[in-house]
Write a protein that binds this ligand. Structure first.
Ligand SMILES: *Cc1c(COP(=O)(O)O)cnc(C)c1O
Length: 366
């Protein structure tokens, strides 16, 4: 048996739907992007989603829209992908790395509090592996200090916190539709806004800062516009949207299967010496983009799994050590997390038989 750590889910109907767009030759942003946004709203409970060309564009545009700039401090966890930190640098702000919770990989509330200074402007929590952060606590801290929350929900499409969808909690929530994420458009992303005015601002700034709704073509053959604020080329295009729409079909069944597999792992890996499962609170539901845990003798574990044909991975190690971020910070729990964290397969190419094979392989030891 061969079980990879990720798969790319492409719906069997997708090529037909994408081909229709190609045949039409209307491949840039058009009615399918609009339809994709409408469906994001309906399927995932996102109040005002705006589709973009990547999750990284979503994070960058959210920071721009939030007015984060030079010398502002933005607090983020070190346990994430580099995109989260790089976008903070792109707006010339200062990434301030907080420690994580050993049990989840999510930002530690105590550490977050300790990193606040008069220059702090925003918090970027990351729902590691799709497991929602302590959003009530984060919202209370943000309210007390006048901070903006920009969620990096690249792993968390379909997750819920106290019965509310991730994407409906904060002013800005950023999603990714990159190839190995839950829902792919090839590359793509979205920001979910709570206020419709913010989504309108985003639609202008995702396309050079040109207000398409209010800039008609003149006799000269170009739209008449005045760019008032710096814009970007961040819009999604229609063939990506067609792929996304096709891939949405059956999403909730696939998410249920992930949760079913996760439950199987929790039920069967609880009492294994040298292995500690992540903790899981009942007031939230993970999207299970990943299934993480801690193991002793990690390299032996990775090799033993590899011999059984099972790929395991740390996915990402702490990002603060990159030179661009100024090198490793003093984050004791992150350090401990980094030494033992590992992820076992959970994705749309899995079923319970495969999960059973993973469990049995682990039970044989390493
Ligand atoms: C995938 C990912 C991103 C970036 O998304 P892209 O669509 O690849 O630009 C950002 N943050 C995290 C945590 C991710 O996993």
């Amino acid at each position: 048996m061969e079980i990879h750590i990720f798969n790319t889910f492409i719906h069997p109907q997708a090529s037909q739907q994408v081909n229709k767009v190609l045949d039409s030759t209307f491949i840039s942003e058009g009615k399918l992007v609009k339809e994709f946004e409408t469906r994001l709203s309906g399927t995932f409970g996102l109040p005002y989603p705006v589709a973009l060309n990547s999750g990284t564009s979503a994070l960058h545009l959210a920071l721009e829209l939030a007015g984060i700039g030079e010398n502002d401090e933005v607090i983020l966890p070190a346990q994430t992908f580099v995109a989260t930190g790089l976008t903070i640098l792109q707006v010339k702000a200062v990434p301030v790395f907080a420690d994580v919770d050993y049990q989840t990989g999510n930002i530690s509330i105590d550490s977050l509090k300790s990193k606040i200074t008069p220059r702090t402007k925003a918090i970027m929590p990351v729902h590691w592996g799709g497991y929602p952060c302590d959003m009530d606590e984060i919202a209370a801290i943000a309210a007390a200090h006048g901070l903006i929350i920009i969620e990096d929900a690249a792993h968390a499409l379909g997750a819920t916190y106290k019965n509310k969808p991730i994407g409906s909690l904060s002013e800005y929530t950023c999603f990714s539709f990159q190839a190995i994420k839950h829902l792919t458009t090839g590359d793509g992303g979205a920001i979910s806004f709570k206020k419709s005015e913010d989504s309108t601002r985003a639609m202008t700034r995702r396309w050079f800062g040109i207000d398409r709704q209010n800039s008609a073509l003149s006799i000269l053959g170009e739209r008449q516009y005045d760019i008032k604020q710096l814009g970007f080329k961040y819009h999604m295009n229609d063939y990506a949207a067609a792929l996304g729409i096709a891939n949405m079909e059956g999403f909730s069944e696939r998410l249920s299967m992930r949760r079913h597999i996760a439950k199987y792992y929790f039920d069967n890996l609880g009492n294994i010496p040298g292995l500690q499962l992540f903790s899981y609170k009942k007031d939230r539901e993970s999207a299970f983009w990943l299934f993480g845990l801690h193991v002793e003798k990690r390299e032996d574990f990775i090799r033993a799994m590899k011999e059984k044909g099972i790929v395991t991975s740390v996915i990402h190690q702490r990002i603060d050590g990159n030179s661009v971020f100024g090198g490793l910070k003093d984050l004791p729990v992150q350090e401990k997390f980094d030494n033992t964290q590992i992820h076992i397969p959970i994705h749309d190419g899995m079923d319970i038989d495969k999960a059973e094979y993973v469990v049995n392989s682990i039970k044989q030891g390493w």
